[in-house]
Design a protein around this ligand. Structure first.
Ligand code: FAD
Length: 435
């Protein structure tokens, strides 16, 4: 008989943990409240096409993602593309895709550009993020880049991702963002290549689940776990399923509610982690908006960026149409979560019309809205000191999730890395076999 592991969450973290643990001989069951696997990386239908619910790209330097995709047999399915970056500022759209274009970018003066470049260079050479947790991102950037750069550039960009919570966020956040931008160059590549697997995450998830099922992993989808308790040496899920181990990959405050036997102090620590959420619209449009994969926005518009997936993925995947995402990052209790799709559509499309003179609503073939209240944790000052450990006070019950990604932006590569390091730390000497 194998030792049994129950994993809560069939996102990339849960799937990676399942793969590593089933390979070590454990008997693994994954629960997810959703009817499909993939969590934030799951796919859905937009118009006549299936693609990622939230825009996803793999960087050439994402070695953990590439390794797992290779392990499940999809390495040959990658397409790698060099993409461009746009900037929408002061009512105009600019290409800022290389050094020359950056030098020509008229919104920032020459001396400020030098300061900005020095900030980025300096940040990309810092090896450890722990000291940066002690200083706020605002203080750090104002000091390094100057007041003007902060007000004109950094503040709108920080607000776009973090809202007002940028004021509580530590400097490791921006350091990690810059490092990801420069990861390719650190690894010796001249340019960062962006990649995707043909068919998007739908292909990856389909193959991942086939591999896991072939190894005996059991999926319990549409099954929201409400309670996890210890009973002697065993762990009991919702008073029915008994395991030797439970690993919760859901957000920390949800995990706190699922563990009635955890101490009040432990629950408070889990609940203290505050999350940023997202309202993310997908649009299928007849014509492209721009040639840019990402358009950063410093002006006030109802969304916080524009991601044109078809600047990366060939339009033939979408019948010659363009696929565009309009994300709006908001606090998890923001009232926009209650807004109906029609209202979001009206606001988003009327802003697009103002930004792109060639855009017309008649060109929109499909519009869908995704709402997720907890996407990534706000990394406040001295975040690590307050972070609950992955091992809970209940023996063999773990909470491991994006809150444990302290010095990186949220991405699949970091999520897989987290799963690998968790297994090394807690399951290194464990084998699933009782024999
Ligand atoms: C808009 C957006 C864009 C992104 N772009 C990129 C990108 O370009 N490149 C990249 O690498 N990464 C990107 N990411 C990040 C990537 O999606 C995440 O890093 C990854 O999917 C996180 O996986 P996870 O398993 O940790 O969490 P999740 O995907 O959140 O999985 C957690 C799972 O737990 C389940 N769950 C929660 N509570 C319960 C319960 N009580 N019972 C049962 N199940 C439960 C949920 O349904 C969910 O499926 C993006 C994310 C977003 C939102």
């Amino acid at each position: 008989m194998s030792q049994k592991v129950g994993i809560v969450g069939a996102g990339i973290l849960g799937l990676t943990l399942a793969l590593r643990l089933v390979n070590r001989g454990f008997s693994v069951t994954i629960f997810d409240s959703a009817n499909e696997i993939g969590g934030l990386a799951s796919a859905w239908q937009i118009g006549d096409f299936i693609w990622d619910k939230h825009y996803h790209v793999t960087l050439f330097s994402d070695t953990y993602t590439r390794k797992i995709i290779s392990e499940i047999g999809l390495d040959d399915e990658f397409d790698w593309v060099e993409t461009k970056t746009g900037f929408y500022a002061e009512g105009r759209l600019f290409s800022v895709s290389n050094v020359v274009e950056f030098l020509q970018f008229p919104v920032i003066g020459f001396l400020d550009k030098i300061r900005l470049a020095a900030t980025i260079l300096y940040a990309s050479h810092i090896a450890e993020g722990n000291k940066l947790e002690e200083v706020s991102v605002e203080e750090w950037l104002r000091k390094l880049s100057g007041q003007r750069n902060f007000e004109r550039l950094w503040k709108p960009l920080l607000r776009a991702k973090l809202g007002d919570a940028y004021q509580q966020t530590n400097a490791a956040f921006i350091w990690a963002t810059i490092r990801r931008m420069y990861a390719a160059r650190r690894s010796g590549l001249k340019k960062e290549m962006f990649g995707y697997v043909k068919g998007g995450y739908a292909t990856i998830l389909q193959k991942f689940s086939e591999v896991l099922e072939s190894k005996g992993v059991c999926f319990r989808l549409g099954n929201e776990v409400k309670k996890i308790e210890k009973s002697g040496e065993k762990v009991v899920l919702d008073e029915t399923d008994t395991f030797d181990y439970a690993i919760l990959t859901c957000p920390s405050d949800i995990a706190a509610k699922m563990l009635p036997q955890a101490s009040e102090q432990e629950k408070r620590r889990l609940e203290a982690i505050k999350y940023q959420g997202i309202i993310c619209a997908s649009l299928l449009v007849r014509k492209s908006l721009s040639p840019y994969y990402i358009t950063n926005i410093t002006d006030e518009v109802p969304f916080t960026g524009i991601i044109e997936m078809t600047a990366l993925v060939d339009k033939s995947h979408f019948g010659g149409n363009a696929l565009v995402y309009l994300p709006k990052y908001v606090p998890s209790d923001d009232e926009l979560f209650e807004a109906p799709d029609d209202e979001i559509k009206r606001n988003f499309l009327s802003a697009l019309k103002k930004m792109y003179s060639h855009f017309s609503e008649q060109e929109v073939l499909a519009f869908r809205v995704s709402r997720v209240r907890r996407v990534f944790p706000i990394t406040t000052l001295n975040y690590s000191k307050n972070l609950p450990p992955m091992q809970t006070s209940l023996k063999r019950v773990f909470v491991v999730n994006s809150s444990h990604i302290r010095y990186a932006t949220l991405n699949v590569n970091e999520t897989i890395q987290l799963a690998e390091s968790f297994c090394r730390r807690y399951f290194q000497n464990e084998t699933g076999s009782n024999a």
